[in-house]
Design a protein around this ligand. Structure first.
Ligand code: NAP
Length: 451
């Protein structure tokens, strides 16, 4: 029996566990795979990143659940690895192999003046808040002004803009926690400006997500034809990727259309490079100053010197995630990833026996959920190819769960997670809603222990 720990129960971790079982050759040593998570709940960004109104994508949890309930796989939540948890070297003493699927936990910063003013936040914090991530409980966001600016034009930017512009009646039907639902119900935001520093053909969002903005009841999409026309790909889309062509076509459809009497508007802006987040004189945001940019002919942009201010009480920077170093593992700060070859962690130029990576910490924060499948498959293939060598590694005898407990941890097992699910269904019943997420550590752990 070879014991394997997968650290992280998001898509990359669960797909790795699945791939390990499915690719294992008949007759090879049996595997026992523990999928560990810092949180008492599984599913990573599917639970804590996918927007609540994206029920179809969230239903992927059912597929991930099937893997975590398979014989040979065990979910162990509330197991922090690294700082304030079990160190990487101690985990390696409990398992023949450890696969790190820890994602990219931090947001990137802009590095412009005013970024720390009240009302200037990362979109990932906003996402964590409306997704009930227990580290975000009690956070507040300034929703008392009419304007909100989202900097960046990727899918996270589209998600937060959509949640800000969506009517609360629709959000009520989701599992959004009650605190954020009440705060959004009281929101005064009517105009959400989503701003890209380059042109529409270089935007990172995908067309399905973009088009969805045009379907929100009570909200209109506003696009300026002059900003679209500044992109050479607007007049001649023939050289664009298929996604860019579809995005430009969707934007073209909105260009110049009147907003009518919509209660809320999503303004999609382009060729505006953020220069400064503006102070209202009392330490809070009053807007964002941009410099208009123009295509430089090589895919980038150049400044024009023209300044454009957009009024806002809330600024969400949505300029991508970045990986954070895990104590005890090598890390490349430039890419925010762990150096590896085919998923094998590299130390001092060579593959380190028993240590692997998959997902965003391996390849950077790009791609959709499905992109994790081939990535996990490659890493699982490396683990399985190394099995004879891994079998020779000396690890502590017995069940690693005892080792985790001896290290002072109190893992939440699958039945504990089922207890959390039951408590969330019950909470929803008391609020006359479907299941509603529990937003705090104490509530989650109490529900898990109660089971
Ligand atoms: P992203 O796709 O990398 O987009 C980041 C955006 O920030 C880009 O528009 C980028 O512009 C801009 N940006 C970066 N630095 C900037 C700066 N200094 N000033 C102004 N703008 C700047 O990141 P993301 O939106 O966080 O998404 C991360 C990943 O999760 C993506 O793969 C995404 O598709 C995925 N995701 C998918 C879904 C979904 O499928 N529904 C939902 C959420 C997230 P440049 O291009 O000019 O650098």
């Amino acid at each position: 029996m070879l014991r394997i720990a997968v650290v992280g129960s998001g898509p990359s971790g669960v797909y790795t566990a699945q791939s390990l079982l499915e690719q294992r050759a008949d007759g090879a040593l049996p595997l026992a795979v523990d999928v560990l998570d810092r949180l008492p709940c599984p599913y990573g960004l599917v639970r804590y990143g996918v927007a609540p109104d994206h029920e179809k994508i969230k239903s992927l949890q059912n597929n991930l659940r099937q893997v975590l309930e398979r014989p040979g796989v065990r979910f162990l939540g509330n197991v922090p690895v690294g700082e304030s948890g079990i160190p990487a070297h101690a985990l390696k003493d409990l398992y023949h192999a450890v696969v790190y699927c820890v994602g990219a936990a931090r947001d990137r910063r802009l590095g412009i003046p005013g970024e720390d003013l009240a009302g200037s936040c990362s979109a990932t914090d906003f996402v964590s808040w409306y997704s009930a991530h227990p580290d975000a409980v009690g956070r507040g966001f300034r929703l008392d002004g009419r304007g909100a600016v989202v900097i960046g034009v990727g899918n996270v930017a589209v998600d937060v803009a959509r949640v800000l512009a969506r009517g609360v009646a629709e959000l009520r039907a989701t599992d959004i926690p009650q605190g954020p639902l009440d705060a959004l119900a009281a929101s005064a935001v009517t105009d959400v400006h989503v701003v890209g520093r380059r042109g529409p053909s270089q935007a990172k969002f995908t067309t399905k997500e973009l088009r969805e903005l045009g379907t929100l009841p009570g909200a209109a999409v506003v696009v300026r034809e002059d900003e679209l026309a500044a992109d050479p790909g607007y007049a001649d889309p023939s050289g664009l990727s298929a996604t860019a062509r579809r995005n430009v076509a969707a934007l073209r459809g909105w260009a110049g259309a009147p907003a009518g009497d919509a209660a809320r508007r999503v303004h999609l802006r382009f060729f505006l490079r953020p220069v400064e987040i503006l102070d209202d004189g009392r330490g809070a945001v009053r807007g964002v100053r941009f410099e208009r940019s123009a295509p430089d002919g090589a895919g980038g942009v150049t400044g024009t010197g023209e300044l454009v201010d957009i009024d806002a009480g809330l600024v969400l920077r949505s300029v991508g995630y970045r990986g954070v170093p895990l104590p005890g593992l090598p890390f490349d700060p430039a890419s925010g990833t762990v150096p590896h070859t085919a998923g094998r962690v590299l130390r001092g130029g060579g593959a380190s026996p028993g240590e692997y990576v998959a997902g965003w910490i391996k390849r950077g924060p790009t791609g959709v959920i499905g992109t994790n499948r081939p990535c996990a498959k490659e890493t699982a293939g490396s683990v399985l190819a190394d099995l004879p060598e891994l079998a020779r590694r000396k690890v502590a005898p017995g069940d690693p769960l005892d080792g985790l407990r001896a290290a002072g941890l109190a893992p939440v097992e699958w039945r504990g997670w089922l207890g959390i699910e039951a408590a969330e269904a019950e909470l929803g019943r008391t609020l006359s809603r479907g299941p509603v997420k529990i937003p705090d550590w104490a509530g989650l752990l109490a529900a898990a222990r109660g089971a």
